[in-house]
Design a binder for this molecule. Structure first.
Ligand SMILES: NC(=O)c1ccc[n+]([C@@H]2O[C@H](COP(=O)([O-])OP(=O)(O)OC[C@H]3O[C@@H](n4cnc5c(N)ncnc54)[C@H](O)[C@@H]3O)[C@@H](O)[C@H]2O)c1
Length: 244
């Protein structure tokens, strides 16, 4: 029987690439998004900040897929600035999407995951959880919370046979980063700086992040839980000398 997956933020970027790859590998996939995609996915309009809406969307996904085995908590938004730059309301808004969004979707999906023979949650975290990046205080704090939440959830649910892992992408070439570049004073210089920050000298692709998510979501990773898999062009682990 094919596995059944839900992907939040499945309408764009990393989420859409993940939904596409999971479907190519034979899973039935529902995408929960503010702007959900159509065929071949089960597209369900959902806002991860709305608990009642999330419960209804997860129940609808389970109904239409015939159950849930895989949850990819990927919906997220960015924020720029130091601790001086954002008002409390913005801190609450970004935590509401990036952290509480995962809580709401996971909470709604757990009853279905408990009935699965292959239950797994994969969260999209970030290099910002493990490296100090300038001008990203709020965003980084949310992703640090996602990393810790991943570990805690992995501990809570391991004896129920539910694995929980996350991926930590470096800067990935998605519509989101395209918007960031468009907003920069000098988009080309900004792209060069982002490329140079990753030891491979280029941005990560959405497909590369999707491949890591698909691995963690697959039965091939059945002994892996409570782990963060970096997909960051070497950004976290390597310390290079300047290029000659
Ligand atoms: N692009 C990067 O460089 C990068 C790096 C590290 C981590 N990430 C993480 O990857 C994830 C996806 O980012 P992306 O670059 O593909 O972005 P994206 O903007 O291309 O896609 C994000 C999707 O999430 C959806 N979304 C946003 N708020 C939502 C909400 N409240 N409810 C439901 N859906 C919502 C959007 O509609 C969109 O379809 C995010 O969690 C992000 O933090 C991205």
């Amino acid at each position: 029987m094919s596995l059944r997956a839900i992907v939040t933020g499945g309408g764009s970027g990393i989420g859409l690439a993940t939904a596409t790859l999971l479907a190519e590998r034979g899973m039935k996939v529902a995408c929960l998004d503010l702007r959900p995609p159509g065929e071949p996915f089960v597209g369900i309009k959902a806002d991860v900040t709305d608990d009642a809406g999330v419960r209804a969307a997860v129940a609808e996904a389970a109904e239409r897929l015939g159950g849930i085995d895989v949850v990819v908590n990927n919906a997220g938004i960015g924020a720029q600035g130091t601790v001086e730059d954002n008002p409390d309301s913005e801190w609450q808004r970004v935590f509401d999407v990036n952290v509480l969004g995962i809580v709401r979707v996971s909470r709604a999906a757990l009853p279905y995951l408990r009935r699965s023979e292959h239950a797994v949650i994969v969260n999209t975290c970030s290099i910002a959880a493990t490296a100090g990046l300038p001008n990203r205080a709020l965003y980084s704090a949310t992703k640090g919370a996602v990393l810790s939440l991943t570990l805690a959830m992995a501990a809570d649910h391991v004896r129920e046979g539910i694995r929980v892992n996350c991926v930590n992408p470096g800067t990935a070439d998605t519509p989101w980063v395209g918007r960031l570049l468009d907003a920069a004073d000098d988009p080309e210089a900004e792209r060069r700086a982002l490329n140079a920050r990753q030891p491979m000298g280029r941005l990560v692709t959405a497909e590369e992040v999707a491949a890591a998510i698909a691995y963690l979501a697959s039965p091939e990773a059945s002994a892996t839980t409570g782990m963060a898999l970096a997909v960051d062009g070497g950004m976290q682990g390597l310390r290079l000398r300047p290029a000659p």
